[in-house]
Design a protein. Sequence first.
Lengths: 326, 282
Amino acid sequence: MENVTSVPSRTQPETRFQRWRDTWSRHRLAYRMIAPTVVAMLLVHLVPTIEALYMSMLDLNQYTLGQFLRAPFIGLANYRFLLLTPDNPIVHGLGQATRNTLIYSVAVNTTTLGLGMVAALLLNRRFWWRGLARTLILMPWVVPTYAVGLLWGMMWLRERGAINVILVDWLHLLDQRPFWLIGPNTLWAIIIPTAWRQLPFATIMLLSALQTVPEDLYDAAVVDGASSWQRFRYVTLPWIKPVVAIMLLWGMIFTFFGYNIVVMMFGNGGGYPGEWGDLLMPALERQSFRYWLFGLGAAASTLMMIGMMFFVFVWYRTFQSSLTQE
Amino acid sequence: MSPTYYRIRRRVLDRLADLLLIAIILLVLFPIFWMIVNSLRTNQDILTATTLLPQKLQFHNYRDLWAQVDFGRYFRNSLIVCGVTTIVVSLLATLSGYALARFRFPGADVFGLAVLGTQLIPGILFLLPLYGNFILIKKRLGVPLVGTNFGAIVLYTAFFLPLSLWILRSFFATIPRELEEAALIDGATPFAAFWRIALPLARPGIVATAIYVFLSAWDELLFAWVLNVKTIPVGIRLFVGQYTNRFDLMSAAAVVSTIPVLVIFFLLQRQMISGLTAGAIK
């Protein structure tokens, strides 16, 4: 204590510990308020992520599972296996799942944004049943995603499913009953229900964004003789672009990590969704936990995270200007 | 052209827009209608019916569901897990969301960035080591985390914290600071200013966040499945694997899992919407 208060030590730089203590006491309340959250995030996010990165370099399989983090260290062999042996059945399966996840993500998000925009524009008018219409359009949102998978799994059934009954028996649009849950059609079978479940959220977000567009911008555009399409293109769209950007980000995260709908739709919740229905999350869960390939699973999940980070980087570069304008 | 031409054209377009909206609504509602109707049919009726409405409405699917799969236990577990998680997360997220919105402190930017960064980690990435850790903890310390509600609550709390505090941060940011500053001048401690002034004002935001957490936890299948926690999604998945062709019971199960969400939706529609839009926009 005497040292601290004595004259020469004041001119000397403080020790790191003193600086820390000083910062802590000046912001004590803030640090105390975030402390439980920081601890929770360290224990359930940071530590396991670091463990997983290390696990991805271990030969951790059903024989070495008991050793957990003391399993044999094999460097980048898991990554080499994933990237360089595309003919291996496991790697081939993960490759198909990656392809499906990409198609699925792009298709679901373009559909929800497009249809959501149409619905939002239709709702953004003055009419007496507007509140009712909005509530009704929100309804798919209350169905839990696992129930969505279950419900649509029944609707896609070839013989008695509602889709084929309507398309073939009632409307006679198709001569033959298509298989929806086998073959390339499975992609539709997972894209459409997901888009259906996501549509309410997209609609409500776009609607609230549309309502922030200032009226006088439209008035000015009308004075300039802009058509309704031009007003949409040059007034509405630029104004709501930041919201669309954020929705695209969350939507892509949601579909990239999609699991419930696919798992509940195929094979009664336990089976393999097929080469056109498998997504990365179900595939990784199956490979890791059914065959106890923890090291390989960790390596594949790490690659998936890197892919996600790359997407966010591209996303940020694309929308940077409209996000920072606010 | 005459003004009447434009007026008529406008009205026609408006009616066409109404029709389009009605078509969209009908398409969107159909699967839900189908789910409810099938839950009121017998399995035989589902497999042979060619009509929209069942020949005879009957409700015993719900009774059978309850009797055959001990659905009550799954339901109770889901309520406990989601309820406790919601309370803990709301409390912690309120504290840290407030700190992030109001105080400039060293590390705030890193913390904020880390909070968003957690959303980019695929769940499976930390599920693998967590599973190992949980088994180790059970072996060494005897705390059962696999297959218990407690384990699920611990995990879900940590999972839903980041986005929840982000939603609450944006709510606190919209509350004007002047009120708290006035309280500080009157001699209140900073914590009292938060507790007595900011907290009551942020109540709609806290309710919205709590709804978000409850519904996310209600919808969680992957972790509950792997860690063998007997919540509703796990119960339904197990059930579906067992009774492969009982479409009547499956429909009833889907309806039952939807009902709590539906109740929350009709009671708290506005808060639910504001929470989700706030969380996603800012």
